[in-house]
Ligand binder design. Structure first.
Ligand code: G6P
Length: 364
């Protein structure tokens, strides 16, 4: 298959900018007039636990989905890194639904984890970009994310569409379990379907983001902070930056700052804070102020209301479109991707083929 960069300098940039279109395609595949619809039926009414297992970026998609399964559907949810999951030999309930998320569908650890639970749980579901892959073939139900071929080693559009499918699943499970009614389901789906438009608006912020990244490229270490579902997004933001710019980065739950990472803060450590104006906003801002009081350089990523409330004193503030907090990680992922991409451009690294990394890891 002939692949081109569509006028972009790198496949990664092309894939970041494709997100509104591939996400809209994916969402339309999973929704009809009656609400969420799946290629194969899936019933969560008897499920006592959702077990989400993956590696790398797909793992962070799972970590975000945990918030959705628990908050929307009220189902207890475990999230595991595939290589840890099977060697831990966790006891699993026969009423559990095990969900494996993988762009390639061939990651050795994820496949081995799937084989570990196959006979133990009620049902094995996979969320994959390659429908003919081993993980898809060995699942009871394989749900395609329909992102198209992803070439950049650092996953972007596959992450977005994994979130799209997982959000649909969580909304569907919530409805099946009577946690939400048809009206709320329709509302949540409307927010989800509004996401491609908001992502387009976020992509238009590229120049503003790029302007700040020269400073990040000089840093030895960068900290990403978030609360709630923004915490796993902070970890994904740190992973993206590490992968393609080779700058050490860590993602932390804002509330954990004072339990260690605050010792790292000085004027050389940029701190990127993902903080949409949600129920946890005030707490995150107070963590941000602790950073600023120690000369930390804060780059606040928030919405208009959040920016107005946070006031002055940040090194930079990026005003994102306003989005329902429930699904905000999908939108803020775009900022994380563009931050990593433009920092890598300053560093002059091989963005699409970063050193030591492979697109698909088929060995343990
Ligand atoms: C590799 C890639 C990552 C990817 C991870 C999991 O490490 O470089 O971008 O997130 O594998 O891959 P999968 O295909 O299972 O999603």
């Amino acid at each position: 298959m002939q692949l081109d960069k569509g006028g972009h300098k790198h496949f990664m940039a092309k894939e970041i900018f494709e997100q509104p279109v591939v996400l809209a395609d994916c969402l339309s595949h999973y929704t009809d007039a009656g609400g969420v619809t799946l290629p194969q039926p899936l019933d969560f009414t008897q499920t006592d636990r959702v077990i989400l297992v993956a590696c790398g970026t797909a793992y962070y998609a799972c970590a975000i989905a945990k918030y959705w399964f628990e908050q929307f559907a009220g189902i207890p949810c475990d999230v595991d890194i595939a290589s840890e999951f099977r060697y831990r030999e966790p006891p699993v309930s026969p009423k559990a639904t095990a969900l494996f998320v993988s762009q390639s569908g061939e990651t050795a650890d994820t496949l081995a984890a799937l084989r570990y639970v196959t006979e133990k749980v009620d049902r094995v579901v996979s969320v994959v970009n390659v429908p003919s892959s081993s993980i898809a073939r060995e699942s009871d139900v394989a749900l395609p994310i329909l992102a198209g071929v992803e070439v950049g080693v650092a996953s972007t559009k596959a992450f977005m569409n994994q979130l799209g499918v997982l959000a649909n699943l969580a909304i569907m499970a919530a409805r099946q379990r009577g946690r939400i009614d048809a009206v709320r389901e329709a509302e949540l789906l409307e927010i989800l379907h509004g996401m491609p438009g908001l992502i387009n608006q976020a992509l238009a912020l590229e120049d503003k983001i790029a302007k700040r990244t020269a400073r990040l490229a000089e840093a030895k270490s960068v900290l990403f902070l978030g609360r709630g579902a923004m915490f796993p997004l902070a970890m994904e933001g740190a992973l993206k930056l590490k992968e393609i710019s080779y700058i050490h980065a860590e993602g932390y739950a804002s509330g954990e700052l004072k339990h260690g990472p605050i010792a790292l803060i000085d004027k050389t450590v940029p701190v990127i804070v993902f903080a949409p104006r949600d129920a946890l906003f005030d707490k995150t801002i107070s963590n941000m102020q602790e950073v600023m009081a120690r000369d930390g350089k804060v780059w606040l990523i928030t919405d208009a209301e959040g920016a107005a409330q946070a006031g002055d004193g940040t090194w930079a503030t990026l005003v994102m479109p306003t989005v329902d907090p429930a699904l905000a990680p999908m939108l803020y992922a775009v900022a994380a991707q563009l931050i990593a991409y433009h920092t890598a451009l300053h560093k002059g690294t091989d963005v699409d083929q970063p050193r030591n990394l492979a697109k698909s890891v088929t060995v343990e």
